[in-house]
Design a protein. Structure first.
Length: 534
């Protein structure tokens, strides 16, 4: 490795799973590990093989795979007191995992030695030395995680250094300084890491492992690298216990793009956004749109002045080219928009990029609807229909005329709720009257609407609901509040994903409006000529 290289050690599969609400199956862990390997991380920590059968099974399955670049690491604690390392069940579980790398966490803070382990300071040093030596003599690369190192340094600097020396003398290749409580500041991290690097010299790599309790985990990790650390631990998206860990998506992007360091593998940084979103999906977590570098809003522009400037020169409001991290620029539309936003976001088929009158008409209608509670940032289908209805003429005509819809929910005491929806409309000069049962009102209405349209527009069955979100617009009205429903759709024929939105003081009606927009959008974009006039 070159002097410019920073090793990236991912602990999403262990430290990340300590986050509240995160539980990964064996299949989940293997899928994430494969994505991390493709990303180019140097180490993937799979877990503690003695802690649960799932972690033990991970190492069995990992041993069957051929990893492109990453080394699999097993995590464990030092040997127990008053027992030889070779006789310790935890030590042998680490070796039995077959992992080529073993990370041993040891006590560095004398408070923990006395109050948690309840052993002498010398015994703790012996536990560290014996554990690392056993792994090293067994042919495994040994990494030492110095738990609570910065608190230990503050309490007893010499003893904290003694624990590092014990691991180094026993064969540890990397000494990782852990800010376990997440309470250190950048100045403190920088000063201590620099001193440790001077003390250790070329005997081993110095690493950093930061928690985010002061919202400084990424900054502290970068500060450590600037002070000499060449190994960084963290998790994708910063997931982890309490306030989380250092977000490797941000750490790596900064290291490569801002500091010119070698991290990951050549050309793989462009996969960081994809990997971030994949981990969110597998872990069943909501995306953080404002997440730096990889979030959906990281390169989103909403204010009219910003959009106007970005269209002339992207550097005016973007610190990097989003494609460098696999992300993309987004121009949003809202009541804060100017005509530049409309020109930039309107589909090219409308040809209004130079039509100020059309842009103004669309902007005025947008502002009117947003004052009622609409938002179109995640509802491109409804935004296109807004443009069509506003411009009129060849761009829009009514495809059908609704007579009425009705939705009934029947629940008897002790029984399940049954839902039935009725839709009556005029289509192509003919009346359509359909009834459908479904799993709730939205499903019932979708099925009844599709049944009414299917003969004329069979492709409406290509639409599949991908997500459904409801938000109260005016909370002061309590249960009588206006609600906004956003539905995400997957078009199985084209593979496209899009959103539609509806707003009403009735949640069912808001859902109906979003359904109708999606179906109209599908019809108008599948058959530009439309069906016969009613």
């Amino acid at each position: 490795m070159t002097n410019n290289k920073v090793e990236i050690y991912d602990t999403t599969l262990r430290d990340g799973t300590q986050m509240q609400g995160v539980s990964l199956s064996l299949a989940d862990k293997l899928l994430i590990a494969e994505s991390l390997d493709a990303l180019g991380v140097d180490y993937i920590e799979g877990g503690y093989p003695l802690s649960n059968p799932k972690d033990a099974a991970f190492f069995v399955e990992a041993a069957k795979k051929k990893w492109k670049h990453a080394k699999i690491a097993a995590f464990g604690m030092t040997r127990r007191k008053d027992i030889k390392a070779a006789e310790d069940v935890g030590m042998n579980a680490l070796l039995d995992s077959g992992a080529p790398v073993v990370t041993i966490v040891g006590k560095t803070w004398d408070l923990h030695v006395r109050e948690v382990l309840r052993v002498s300071e010398q015994e703790n040093l012996d536990m560290i030395r014996d554990s690392i030596a056993y792994m090293h003599s067994s042919g495994r690369q040994a990494i030492y995680d110095a738990e609570h190192f910065f608190d230990g340094w503050a309490a007893n600097r010499q003893y904290a250094l003694d624990t590092l020396r014990a691991a180094l003398d026993a064969g540890a290749t990397t000494l990782v300084l852990c800010d376990t409580n997440g309470g250190s500041t950048m100045e403190r991290i920088s000063e201590i890491v620099a001193l440790v690097c001077k003390e250790v010299g070329s005997g081993a790599r110095v690493g950093i492992h930061c928690h985010n309790d002061c919202a400084l985990a990424v900054a502290n990790s970068l500060a450590a690298v600037q002070s000499g650390a060449t190994h960084v631990q963290g998790t994708i998206n910063g997931i982890g216990e309490r306030c989380g860990n250092a977000d490797l998506a941000a750490v790596v992007s900064n290291l490569v793009l801002k500091y010119g360091r070698d991290a990951l593998q050549p050309g793989t940084l462009e996969r960081i956004t994809e990997t971030s979103r994949y981990v969110y999906e597998v872990a069943n977590l909501n995306f953080q749109d404002n997440q730096p570098f990889v979030g959906a809003s990281a390169f989103a522009h909403k204010g009219g002045m910003h959009v106007h400037a970005v269209q002339r020169n992207t550097a005016t409001y973007e610190h990097i080219d989003p494609s460098k991290v696999g992300n993309s620029r987004r121009i949003l539309v809202s009541e804060l928009s100017g005509m530049s936003n409309i020109a930039a976001t309107a589909p090219s088929m409308f040809k209004i990029a130079d039509d100020k009158v059309a842009q103004r008409k669309v902007l005025n209608e947008l502002m009117r609807l947003e004052s009622l509670g609409y938002q179109f940032e995640a509802a491109e289908a409804s935004f296109e229909l807004l443009i069509r209805r506003t411009l009129g003429g060849k761009w829009y005509r009514s495809l059908w005329e609704l007579d009425h819809y009705r939705c009934m929910i029947l629940r008897r005491n002790g029984g399940q709720a049954n839902t039935e929806a009725t839709v009556k409309m005029w289509l192509g000069g003919k009346g359509r009257h359909t009834v459908a049962e479904g799993d709730g009102p939205v499903d019932s209405l979708r099925q009844a609407l599709a049944a009414a349209l299917r003969d004329e527009f069979p492709f409406v069955d290509d639409l599949h609901l991908a997500d459904y979100k409801v938000r109260v617009v005016n909370t002061a009205a309590e249960t009588a509040a206006t609600v906004r429903v956003v539905i995400d759709w997957n078009d199985s024929r084209t593979g496209a994903y899009f959103g539609s939105v509806g707003v009403s003081n009735n949640i069912i009606d808001a859902s109906w409006l979003a359904l109708v927009d999606a179906f109209e959008y599908k019809v108008l974009n599948t058959e530009p000529a439309g069906a016969k006039e009613k």
